[in-house]
Design a protein around this ligand. Structure first.
Ligand code: PEP
Ligand code: CO
Length: 452
């Protein structure tokens, strides 16, 4: 159903609302000039791709697909590199292979990449040794180094974020079109760790079983299964930096609504989901599917208002609820919200982000997340949905294909002392590749226990 949003909406109507988490650029003319340049550059994605994703998300809402969304908390310009991007795709492919096998359903792969450059911060300033500077807000806004130069918001960074997004997406598309993601050759995606991992046996058994199934299918149908040769990736990022998002929001011929063509799947983070706020106002007029983070403060009243604002026409695939309560809170917070959605008669896609409600700080001051709490929240999400007559249709992780030590636990038993070894994130702690694969295997074990 394609319908034009309420008459008063336009691509700039958010500017009359309170816009939280926006940078304060010192030079308004420089900002205007960058936004003008961005607004005429060719977009990163097309409306056809966006519509195709929306249809797939609608299927996931009905249990016919499962959404795997994952990637860095924040991408960085320094890591816009072939090796880093390749490893990120490999781990997402490995996870999706495990999930296809275990859940017996098609997987939608959505990266937190090609645009995940803006970060909301709890404190707009950071003080070190008596010096106070702007907090780091992601590479699209300022730099992580603790100097006045790096921390001053610079609009030129938007152009670099756009170019890095385009380079990333170009490489992702070329790899997936070129046979890298061919299911006949999952060995192309082996990451070094798999060879020495305690998970190697379980993973390779799954790869072997899938290869056998493909060979069998192709021999009985006497034709190669073309669809298996290309795994598609979609992109997502938090729609936080509104001037940038507006510049990439475009009209498309024959479509009544505008599209954010900087990404397939923008989401609203928990800090910017006030019903009267600028982010909600901006997002409601888009044709894209939208993700909505739902945190422990969410009330049924707020959720119902958001559903009416963001999805007034109950459009299939339009809205994905990404819950992130924390293992300690999900059993209390989730049931009333599921009941509110069921009472509204809507079929929405529910996914679980088990990362953001489970962040803690170690004694030495590092932000971390414990594998058992991440998995704990996820398992509870499956249970609570089942008990409420709903179902969990996807997962959302902060992860990397690199061998970092940012989250503790997992098969290798990383502890707080290990975190010092390879802690690279400037923002939130990510699962490393081995922990991410283990998470996928654990999801499958959970679903098998549930008899799904
Ligand atoms: C994030 O996904 O990186 C994030 C900031 O999440 P949330 O809005 O759920 O805190
Ligand atoms: Co994060």
């Amino acid at each position: 159903m394609e319908t034009v949003p309420a008459a008063e909406w336009d691509v700039a109507s958010w500017q009359a609302r309170e816009a939280l988490q926006q940078p304060d650029y010192p030079d308004a003319a420089a900002l205007e000039s960058v936004l003008r340049q961005l607004s005429v550059l060719p977009p990163l994605v097309t409306s056809w791709e966006v519509n195709a994703l929306k249809l797939q998300l609608a299927e996931a809402a009905h249990g016919k697909r499962f959404l795997l969304q994952g990637g860095d908390c924040a991408e960085s310009f320094d890591e816009c590199r072939a090796d880093v991007i390749t490893r990120k795709l490999k781990i997402l492919l490995q996870m999706s292979l495990v999930l296809v096998y275990g859940l017996k359903t098609r997987i939608i792969r959505v990266g937190r990449f090609a645009g995940q450059y803006a970060k909301p911060r709890s404190d707009p300033f950071e003080t070190r040794d008596g010096t106070t500077l702007h907090a780091y807000r992601g590479d699209i806004i300022n730099g992580p180094a603790f100097t006045p130069e790096a921390r001053t918001p610079d609009p030129q960074r938007m152009l670099q974020a756009f170019s890095s997004s385009a380079l990333t997406l170009n490489f992702v598309r070329a790899l997936s079109e070129g046979g890298f993601a061919d299911l006949h050759h999952p060995e192309y995606w082996d990451l070094d760790f798999v060879r020495h991992s305690p998970l190697a046996g379980e993973y390779h058994d799954i790869v072997g079983a899938i290869k056998d199934a493909i060979t069998f299918m192709e021999s009985v149908t006497d034709a190669p299964l073309d669809e298996l040769e290309r795994a598609q990736f979609f992109t997502s990022h938090e729609a936080l930096h509104l001037p940038y998002e507006q510049a990439l929001t475009r009209s498309v011929p024959h479509q009544p609504r505008v599209y954010n063509l900087a990404t397939h799947f923008p989401w609203l983070g928990v800090r910017t989901t006030h019903v009267d706020g600028a982010h909600v106002e901006y997002a409601r007029g888009l044709a894209n599917p939208l993700g909505l983070k739902v945190g422990p403060d969410a009330t049924e009243t707020w959720l119902k208002e958001m559903l009416d604002l963001l999805d007034p026409h109950q459009e299939p695939g339009r809205l994905t609820l990404i819950t992130r309560f924390g293992a300690a809170h999900i059993e209390r917070s989730l049931p009333p919200l599921i009941e509110a959605v069921l009472a509204s008669g809507r079929t929405l896609l529910w996914t679980c982000d088990p990362m953001h409600g489970n962040t803690e700080v170690t004694e030495s001051g590092l932000k971390t997340r414990r594998f058992e709490n991440i998995l704990g929240e996820l398992e509870l999400a499956f249970d609570v949905h089942a008990a409420e007559g709903s179902h969990l249709g996807g997962v959302h992780f902060e992860l990397t294909g690199e061998d970092v030590t940012e989250c503790t636990g997992g098969a290798r038993g990383l502890d707080d002392a290990d975190l010092e070894r390879a802690y690279k994130s400037h923002v939130d702690p990510r699962l490393n590749a081995e922990q991410a694969l283990e998470m996928a295997l654990s999801i499958v074990r959970k679903c098998q226990r549930m008899g799904a």
